[in-house]
Design a protein around this ligand. Structure first.
Ligand SMILES: [Zn+2]
Length: 278
């Protein structure tokens, strides 16, 4: 049965912890530096948010991944979906000799950029701290920019840049190319990572998880958009791309090819999709 991942779920029982990951080079803290592309996968409660505070406990339960991405020949990285513990993420980067120079969000949900948690549970730090305190520019899809500014309370809103389909960011020889993949949220983005012009990986946020996808029953979600993003956009990407998801609900990573064989990139019709989504 296909699991429909829940980006806002508070608990899951199908998470594969780091020590059980059997895919060398694709687990946490992996870095494909032999090819020149650096991708570090961080997990709440593992590389940061380990204080034992209530916020750290919530962070652990949400199993969000954050990523540090850059050219292995440089110490500069972009943080993707930096949230929960900005100081801890910055400290982790520093411990690896890396400097965070940009902030990128795959989408505007509070567990990816920070802001008020539902039910008056408190505020999560994230985008605001990276922009206002660390002076970074932040990048998010243009249809989610204003909401992200409001929900995080960022002061230097001029540093929050709206992105669109085809936008690029260059970090040395590494290029980040933005694909608009709505469905889970209106401005959801997947980010193709290439080095020297060769595409190697894709950060899929809450659009695609190994064996499942993000929720499509939230405000701003759209089942038909999700079908078009998954079958029309992601399934068209090269099989070799490593898939880096937004949550640790199953394996830490996959590939486009694997998801075509056993996940939601398997060919299906819109009718089949809608029936599966209920
Ligand atoms: Zn989400």
């Amino acid at each position: 049965m296909l699991l429909i991942g829940c980006a806002l779920a508070m608990e899951r029982d199908d998470y594969v912890p780091k020590e059980k990951c059997t895919t060398p080079g694709r687990c946490s803290e992996s870095s494909s530096s032999t090819t020149g592309l650096r991708v570090l996968q961080l997990l709440s409660g593992r590389e940061h948010s380990s204080s034992g505070s209530r916020l750290a406990e919530v962070a652990k339960s949400m199993m969000n991944y954050q990523y540090l991405v850059g050219d292995a020949a440089s110490d500069e990285v972009a943080v993707i979906d930096g949230c929960w513990d900005p100081a801890g993420i910055a400290a982790f980067a520093k411990s690896k000799g890396l400097k965070i120079v940009k902030y990128i969000a795959t989408h505007y949900h509070y567990d990816h950029i920070g802001g008020e948690m539902p039910g008056s549970q408190g505020r999560i730090p994230g985008l605001r701290e990276f922009v206002d305190d660390m002076g970074l520019f932040a990048h998010i899809h243009k249809v989610e920019r204003d909401h992200a500014i409001r929900s995080t309370g960022v002061v230097h809103s001029n540093r929050v840049v709206g992105m669109k389909q085809g936008s690029r960011i260059e970090l040395g020889k590494v290029s980040l190319r933005f694909l608009h993949t709505p469905g889970h949220s209106p401005g959801g983005m997947s980010i193709v990572l290439s080095h020297g012009g060769v595409e190697e990986a894709i950060i899929t946020g809450d659009t695609l998880f190994p064996g499942s996808c993000g929720r499509v029953d939230l405000p701003g979600s759209d089942k038909a958009d999700m079908f078009r993003s998954i079958q029309g956009v992601l399934a068209k990407q090269p099989d070799r791309l490593v898939v880096w998801p937004g949550h640790g609900y199953s394996t830490p990573s996959s590939t486009i090819g694997q998801e075509k064989l056993g996940g939601l990139l398997k060919p299906m019709s819109m009718d089949q999709w809608m029936a599966m989504m209920g």
